[in-house]
Design a protein around this ligand. Structure first.
Ligand code: CDP
Length: 245
């Protein structure tokens, strides 16, 4: 019987690192899987959605978006003034998102940002700028990145690609619990509407729409707990690292 932990220790010590690309529908727990996997493997974790959310927050603050209507040319014009970084916070042991030097990690998760992000993420020039940053972050492998176009556009050569989904009612309930636990007052119906609307915009936009890469594995986690899904993904990682997939 193989001891999975010792195998992981071995992988951490070797130089053999892979790239893991995780795409999928809104609020299906991609970042939960990605963070847990990165921690297990000693890899970097990048939340590409946080980058689109940070651009959206900037646009909201400067009134360049309102109810999903974007002042596209004006936003493209100020793109070079938007600096997005991730910094590790040792006290929370989490990587946090910074917009022009300000920690915006909590603010970008609010429902108001979710309600404006998909039209902004559909703008090709915004995507080009983000994708360039993302490719740079992953150039040495040893990275887990989640989003909508990671396996198709950002890292088309990733050794492991996952396409994650779950039933929309389950996704809405998970996001409702997450925001409510943070003290935000939200309605379950608004969240369900938002995730279905984001899925629609993300999947039908012209610029790198959300779609499953041909070589991605589907993970429907509707009936899985976090431990079960991490075990499932770790089995796939092991197969890649051992070269027998
Ligand atoms: O966590 P959640 O599923 O709510 O979304 P997210 O990963 O934070 O992404 C927020 C939004 O950013 C998505 O609905 C997409 O519109 C956009 N996005 C994208 O277009 N491409 C990515 N690689 C990541 C996010």
């Amino acid at each position: 019987m193989r001891n999975p932990l010792s195998l992981v220790q071995t992988y951490k010590m070797t130089n053999h690192k892979i790239t893991v690309a995780i795409d999928g529908h809104s609020s299906c727990g991609k970042s939960t899987i990605a963070k847990a996997l990165a921690a297990r493997l000693g890899y970097a974790y990048i939340d590409s959605g946080a980058m689109y959310r940070a651009v959206t927050l900037y646009a909201m603050r400067y009134k360049l978006v309102n109810s999903g209507n974007v002042k596209v040319q004006e936003l493209i014009g100020v793109l070079t003034e938007i600096k997005i970084e991730f910094k590790y916070n040792p006290s929370t042991q989490k990587s946090e998102t910074y917009l022009n030097g300000e920690n915006v990690e909590d603010e970008i998760r609010q429902l108001t940002v979710s309600q404006n992000v998909s039209p902004i993420a559909a703008i090709p020039q915004i995507r080009e700028a983000m994708v360039q940053l993302q490719k740079e972050m992953g150039k040495n492998k040893g990275i887990v990145m989640d989003g909508r176009d990671i396996g198709t556009v950002v890292f088309p050569d990733a050794e492991l690609k996952l396409f994650v989904t779950a039933r929309s009612e389950i996704r809405a309930k998970r996001r409702f619990d997450e925001l409510t636990n943070k003290g935000e007052t939200v309605s379950l119906a608004d969240i369900l509407h938002n995730i279905e609307e984001r899925d629609r915009i993300d999947s039908t936009r012209e610029a790198s729409p959300l779609r499953k890469a041909a070589d991605a594995l589907i993970l429907d986690n509707s009936n899985m707990n976090q431990e079960e899904q991490l075990d499932w993904v770790m089995r796939k990682v092991r197969e890649r690292l051992e070269g027998n997939f």
